[in-house]
Design a protein around this ligand. Structure first.
Ligand code: SAM
Length: 217
């Protein structure tokens, strides 16, 4: 309980100090974390997989992924916000000591766009607040995450239900145009490649989780 309150405090502070990249008031709830980790739990872990979590924040989704890892899986976390990185190190030491001791979890303090692409990942789980970004940045980040995936690998990410419609009601004309651009970019990615979609109503706010498979060739 004390750990969760500390997580909420850090998250709220970063929401105020770095709204643009934090993008949420609260960490993801348990149902949303479970939906994001679906393919970690359900996929074939026999040979050990390379898994990447982008934007772990205070570690809510990370905890669920670690719980779902197969015995030979390896998880990399990439987080750009220094305050989250410091807090997450402490969080993992308290919540996931066995996984850390076995070197099954590695933390990288960087932006995902700076990760090298030589060793592709089998699964990527993203917490990036895409609807806060410019259209070109969303295009670049989605392209980068697909480049970091091996052929046949899966990218799972979420967005809050009707968030673009809700924002469009109160934002400027140029922001509306930006949100329309993001919808177009997402549709281009999801149309041919989405293999599963989960509606998570038991989250604040409710969210869609999209799962996209990279083509085999
Ligand atoms: C909406 S929060 C999600 C936090 C956590 N995954 C959760 O669901 O509770 C977005 C996270 O993405 C991180 N982030 C934003 N842009 C990033 C980037 N380019 N590379 C890596 N992390 C980024 C933020 O610092 C923040 O931790």
């Amino acid at each position: 309980m004390r750990q969760r309150l500390a997580d909420y405090r850090v998250f709220w502070r970063q929401f105020r100090q770095a709204y643009h990249t934090t993008g949420a008031v609260l960490p993801s709830g348990p149902r949303l974390c479970a939906a994001l980790s679906h393919f970690v739990r359900e996929g074939d872990a026999a040979d050990g997989r390379r898994i990447l979590e982008v934007g772990p924040g205070t570690g809510a989704v990370t905890d669920r992924i670690v719980r779902d890892l197969g015995p030979a899986d390896h998880l990399t976390l990439v987080e750009r916000n220094e305050a989250f990185v410091g807090h997450l190190r402490e969080h993992l030491q308290a919540a996931q000591p066995a996984a850390l001791a076995a070197s099954r979890v590695e933390m990288v303090h960087a932006s995902v766009e700076d990760l090298p692409e030589e060793q592709p990942f089998d699964l990527i789980i993203s917490g990036l607040p895409l609807n806060n970004f410019s259209v070109s940045l969303v295009e670049m980040l989605l392209g980068k995450m697909m480049s970091l995936l091996r052929p046949g690998g899966t990218l799972s990410f979420f967005e809050y239900v009707a968030i673009r419609r809700a924002k469009s009601l109160v934002c400027s004309a140029s922001d509306r145009e930006r949100l329309r651009g993001i919808a177009r970019v997402l549709n281009e990615l999801l149309g041919p490649a989405e293999i599963r979609r989960d509606l998570v109503l038991a989250n604040v706010p409710p969210a869609w989780v999209h799962h996209v498979k990279k083509t085999e060739t």
